[in-house]
Design a protein. Sequence first.
Length: 177
Amino acid sequence: MIQKGIHASAVVESYGQLSLPETTIIEPLAVVYIGSRGRLNLGEMNTIYPGATIRIDQGWMETGREVSFGSGCHIYEPRAGLIIGDHCMIGGGVMICGVNHGYAALDVPMRHQPAEASPIVIGDDVWIGMGAIILPGVTLGKGAIIAAGAVVTADVAPGAVVSGVPARLAKHRDKKS
């Protein structure tokens, strides 16, 4: 039986723990996959737009209220955890990745080295623009804006607007400039 709000062409497959409130909307061709060692708790009124994917083979993710995941957005392996606050907008094509391949041993292929995971925290009322990339271990402060195409490799202060590769401070929302 398909839950109200989940389009018939969406794929929701869970072997781990999955909490989807009745107010969740999962649009056409979106994919949610939770492995046996994964956990996903979505808050009320979350929307996953067409073509967005959430893949948690192992690790966990929790969202607040009114979070939207734009078309083509990819949430990939938040092994050390991903927390997304209330009222966040995650633009189309955004990539949030919680894991890196290990690469320290030169005599072992990187594919066979242990993965390195770090938690990601996204505060309330954060807007992540289209095509931005959020890497492991970063915290995006409340009210931050991540410009389209930015690559976030370090923490972003509350109310900061960042852009570029790597992302750098462009301005603060509370200051006129």
